[in-house]
Design a protein around this ligand. Sequence first.
Ligand code: AMP
Length: 197
Amino acid sequence: MILILLGPPGAGKGTQAQRIVEERGIPQLSTGDMLRAAIASGSSLGKKVQGIMDRGDLVSDEIIEQIVTARIKEPDCKKGFILDGAVRTVGQAKMIDRVMKKQKRELDVVIELVVDEEELVNRLKRRIEETRAAGKPVRADDNEETFRRRQAVYREQTAPLIPYYESQGKLRKVDGMGSVAEVAAEIDAILDEFTAD
Ligand code: AMP
């Protein structure tokens, strides 16, 4: 099962991906997490991407190509994987198509979490308050200004993936505004179509 989760920042892709990892035993490939790990390790890649991420802009397709192609060659990706926020431009989608073809594998389905962006801003504000109240660190790009910038970047650079995957017949839409359990049930119904014998 090779799955892409698509949706604006804060749509709940990460939450759903983690659940699928636990229930279906395939890894979650979050380029955001990989880039944050690079920053935390102080690597040259981390230094290159920190400012871009703090602003809410996208890092280059070349960087994403390097980290994604290296990651999907690892043995735990043999059974499949979830690309969580890892495909954000049409250039990256074409790159994934090329890599899949080369490896004689196929992307099964792209699930778009359809959400109300203003409500997501409200959710972000609540999440930041809760994180602070719990005494935990808040992500550097978790502030309203950067969040709105990331939403705009999504509309401009990532939303064109919707017609791209629609034309490949791979796109499925899910209402992302329900509870975690409701969204999970809709996603599971789709995934079961691809895993049924
Ligand atoms: P995320 O945790 O998925 O929201 O990603 C956080 C930030 O990492 C984004 O705002 C981008 O700056 C960067 N990033 C993550 N994945 C990608 C990608 N596939 N292409 C470009 N930039 C990315």
